[in-house]
Ligand binder design. Structure first.
Ligand code: MG
Length: 173
């Protein structure tokens, strides 16, 4: 059983994870239309991961006899100034998600809800990775600037990556 406060916080966080998925899908579509299938592929994989994050919270709520209350998901932007802008915005978004996870974590500590605290450890760790990756890609796109061959190279690299990876695509097993 979990408190109403924790329940509300998890339902809100679940919505944010679903919104992340919406945002990255929208970014994926933008990249695809911009003839950057590798960037689109990478964003689509992110979108799938975000659904997994939301479902982890969904399951945690159910495991703890909490009430799942699905919230309306906001409409993400559908156009972005440039591929660089896409990844800069993704990075800013992940920073906001981190702040939001930290808030829920703080609540779990205040409420002495240790099961939730332990559950949230995974998310804290995951956000380190999310922020690092999105910052790296935003920075690489800034380096690329107007250099089209550079952009095509990055697009090819991300096209070969598996979910969440940036460097060295792992051979399929
Ligand atoms: Mg997430």
């Amino acid at each position: 059983m979990m408190s109403k406060t924790m329940q509300d916080a998890f339902n809100e966080q679940m919505k944010q994870e679903f919104y992340s998925s919406y945002l990255y899908l929208s970014m994926s579509a933008y990249c695809d239309l911009a003839n950057l299938p590798g960037l689109a592929h990478w964003m689509r994989a992110q979108a799938r991961e975000e659904v997994n994050h939301a479902m982890k919270i969904f399951d945690h709520l159910l495991d703890r006899a909490g009430q799942v209350q699905l919230q309306p998901i906001g409409k993400p932007p559908s156009t972005f100034g440039s591929p660089r802008e896409v990844f800069e915005q993704a990075h800013r978004h992940e920073q906001e998600v981190t702040a939001s996870i930290n808030k829920v974590y703080g609540l779990a500590v205040d409420e002495r809800d240790f099961a939730s605290r332990v559950f949230l450890d995974w998310f804290v760790q995951e956000q380190v990775e999310e922020e690092k990756t999105s910052a790296l890609l935003a920075e690489q796109l800034r380096m690329i600037g107007e250099d089209r061959p550079g952009l095509l190279m990055l697009d090819r690299e991300l096209g070969q990556s598996r979910s969440g990876e940036v460097k060295q695509p792992v051979p399929e097993t």
